[in-house]
Design a protein around this ligand. Structure first.
Ligand SMILES: [Zn+2]
Length: 69
């Protein structure tokens, strides 16, 4: 980010400007993205389960008729 006083670019992790020693404003903290938890499992895990279930059910319905011949 740029120093508010002298406009010099500083790495984001710097707390003071390397040029004028001005204290850098703290960067806006980005909230770490937490997965949405639903009934103890993240939603993507439920999506995986649903996909697996659909595949399993499809395999139950279609599989035997294909393999049974
Ligand atoms: Zn500066």
């Amino acid at each position: 980010m740029d120093c508010p006083k002298c406009g010099t670019w500083n790495p984001d992790d710097k707390q003071v400007c390397w040029r004028c020693q001005t204290e850098m404003p703290k960067p806006v903290e980005k909230k770490p993205r937490k997965p949405t938890i639903f009934l103890g499992l993240p939603v993507w895990a439920w999506a995986m389960l649903v996909v697996l279930m659909v595949v399993w059910i499809a395999a139950q319905c279609v599989g035997p008729s294909l393999i049974g011949r």
